[in-house]
Design a binder for this molecule. Structure first.
Ligand SMILES: Cc1ncc(COP(=O)(O)O)c(C=O)c1O
Length: 449
C-alpha cells in the first residue's frame, strides 16, 4: 500500500496548498463535472491508483473549501494538522471503537480525551461520555439519559417498556432552541411540538423569568451558543430554578461550550456546570475532522442505562465499554482526533484558538459597522449577523459574496430581519483572511450587486 498512501498524501497536501488560490465555493463547472460519476457499476476491478486519480480529479474541485481560512458559513471548523494526520493513521488502524477488546487504544484515547474536555469545560470529572457523530446525536444521547432518569424516578422502565403508558414528561425549550434538539426529541418519542417554549430576549437568550412551573418530571433544555448570535442562556438562574424543582437540565453547547477554554470568554459558561447533561461538537470549534460530537452526563449510570445492550458473543470486561455510552455499536475511533487536537494545542493553544476566532469575529463586525452596515447581534463569541439593508438587498449581497469566491458566508432570518451570518470557527483563518474577506464583502455590498 505504501506507494498508494504516499501518492494520496501528496494529493491531499496539494489540495490543501491549493485552497489559498481558489474560490471558496466550487465552480459551477466543477459541480457539473460530477455527472461523470454517473457511470454503471464497473464489471471489473480497477487499480486503486486510478480510483484515487478519478476521485481527486473530479472530487477535489467540487468541494467547498471549508478546510481553508475563508469559509464562514454555518458553524464549521477546519481540521488541525495533528487531527488530520491522526485521522489518517487511525484510518490505517481501522479500529472498531465499540468495545475495549476490539481496540484498547481507541478506548484509552476516549478516556483521556473525555477527561481533558471535562476539565476544560469545568464539568464534574465523574461524568459519563459518549463519542458520537455530531451535536444532534449528543443532544439525543443526553436527552435519552434524561428520559431514563425521569421515568426511572417514577418507577417506569422506559428502555424495556417504551413510552406507551409512561408518566408524561414536560420538555421546556427556549423559543430559539436549535432544531437538532427538536430532532432529538422527535427520535426519543418526546415529540417536538409537545414542548413548552419559553420567550427569549433580543439576543435569543431564554428569559429565566418566563420559565413555566417545573417539577421532577421536567426537562429544561438550555443553550450555550445560539447558532445565529452566539448568545448564552442565563444558565445560573435557570439551573437554580430547575434544580429546586427536581427537573433535569440539558445543555446544547454544540460550539459555545468551547468558550470555557478561553479565560476572556469563560464567564459566558458560568452556571452550566450545574446541569445534568451536555452536548457538544468537536468538529466545530475544536477543529477535528468530521464527524465528531460528545455527550456528557453527570451520572454515567443514566447514559449507560439508556444505551447499553449486551449479548453473549460480546467480550465485555470491567473497563468502560465505549458502546455502553453511545447509540452506535460499531463505529470509528473518534476519540483519536479529539485527543490529537488537544494534545497538539495544549490548554494555551486551545485558549488562543477560541480567543483568536472571537477576535476575528469582532473585527468583521467593526469593519462592517464602520462601512455603515447594521450588526444585529452583540458579538460575544465568534458569530456575527449583518444586515445590508432590506431582505432583498441582504440576500443579494450574500449570493454575490458566495459567487465572488473570496469567502463564503450564508444567510439567516434573525427575529424577522434577513442577515448575513459570519461564523469564524476555523483554526486556519488568519488576519489576512479576515481583511481580504472584509474587503470583498464591502466591495460586493457597495456595488449593489
Ligand atoms: C447550537 C447548536 N446545536 C446543535 C447543532 C447541530 O450540530 P451538528 O450539525 O453537529 O449535529 C448546531 C449546529 O450548528 C448548533 O449550532
Amino acid at each position: 500500500m505504501k506507494p498508494l498512501l504516499s501518492a494520496t498524501a501528496a494529493r491531499a497536501a496539494r489540495y490543501l496548498d491549493g485552497l489559498e488560490g481558489r474560490g471558496v465555493a466550487p465552480t459551477p463547472g466543477a459541480v457539473a463535472a460530477l455527472s461523470r460519476l454517473d457511470e454503471p457499476l464497473p464489471d471489473h476491478p480497477a487499480e486503486p491508483e486510478a480510483v484515487l486519480a478519478l476521485l481527486d480529479e473530479l472530487g477535489s474541485p467540487a468541494t467547498m473549501a471549508s478546510a481553508g481560512g475563508r469559509f464562514f458559513g454555518f458553524v464549521v471548523g477546519g481540521s488541525l494538522p495533528a487531527a488530520v494526520a491522526a485521522n489518517w493513521l487511525a484510518t490505517a488502524w481501522d479500529q472498531n471503537a465499540g468495545i475495549v477488546v476490539l481496540s484498547p487504544i481507541a478506548a484509552k484515547l476516549e478516556e483521556v480525551a473525555m477527561r481533558w474536555v471535562l476539565d476544560l469545560f469545568g464539568l464534574p470529572p465523574g461524568c459519563g461520555a459518549g463519542f458520537v457523530t455530531c451535536a444532534t446525536q449528543a443532544n439525543f444521547s443526553g436527552l435519552a439519559a434524561a428520559r431514563h432518569a425521569l421515568c426511572a424516578g417514577r418507577g417506569w422502565d422506559v428502555e424495556t417498556q417504551g413510552l406507551f403508558g409512561a408518566p408524561p414528561i414536560k420538555v421546556v425549550v427556549g423559543e430559539e432552541v436549535h432544531v437538532s434538539v427538536l430532532k432529538a426529541l422527535t427520535l426519543l418519542g418526546l415529540g417536538r411540538e409537545r414542548v413548552v417554549r419559553v420567550p427569549v430576549d433580543g439576543q435569543g437568550r431564554m428569559r429565566a423569568d418566563a420559565l413555566p412551573p417545573l417539577d421532577d418530571h421536567s426537562i429544561v433544555c438550555i443553550q450555550a451558543g445560539n447558532v445565529n448570535t452566539g448568545a448564552f442562556d442565563p444558565a445560573a438562574e435557570i439551573v437554580q430554578r430547575a434544580k429546586a424543582a427536581g427537573a433535569w437540565v440539558h445543555v446544547d453547547g454544540a460550539f459555545g461550550l468551547w468558550a470555557a477554554a478561553s479565560p476572556a470568554h469563560a464567564h459566558l459558561v458560568r452556571g452550566l456546570a450545574g446541569a445534568d447533561s451536555w452536548a457538544t461538537d468537536a468538529h466545530k470549534w475544536l477543529n477535528v475532522p468530521y464527524d465528531s460530537g460528545i455527550a456528557f452526563v453527570r451520572d454515567p449510570a443514566h447514559l449507560q442505562a439508556a444505551m447499553a445492550v449486551n449479548a453473549p458473543y460480546l467480550v465485555i470486561g470491567e473497563a468502560r465499554e465505549p458502546e455502553h455510552f453511545t447509540p452506535d455499536f460499531s463505529r470509528r475511533a473518534r476519540g483519536v482526533e479529539v485527543w490529537a487536537a488537544l494534545r497538539s494545542l495544549g490548554r494555551q493553544g486551545l485558549a488562543d484558538l477560541i480567543a483568536r476566532t472571537c477576535r476575528h469575529a469582532t473585527r468583521f463586525a467593526a469593519g462592517l459597522r464602520d462601512a455603515g452596515y447594521a450588526i444585529l447581534n452583540d458579538v460575544v463569541i465568534n458569530q456575527v449577523l449583518v444586515s445590508f439593508g432590506d431582505a432583498e438587498v441582504t440576500r443579494r449581497v450574500v449570493q454575490s459574496i458566495q459567487a465572488d469566491g473570496t469567502c463564503w458566508a450564508g444567510s439567516t432570518v434573525w427575529q424577522g430581519r434577513t442577515a448575513m451570518r459570519i461564523s469564524v470557527s476555523s483554526w486556519a483563518t488568519t488576519d489576512d483572511d479576515v481583511e481580504r474577506s472584509l474587503a470583498a464583502i464591502k466591495r460586493v455590498a457597495a456595488s449593489g450587486r
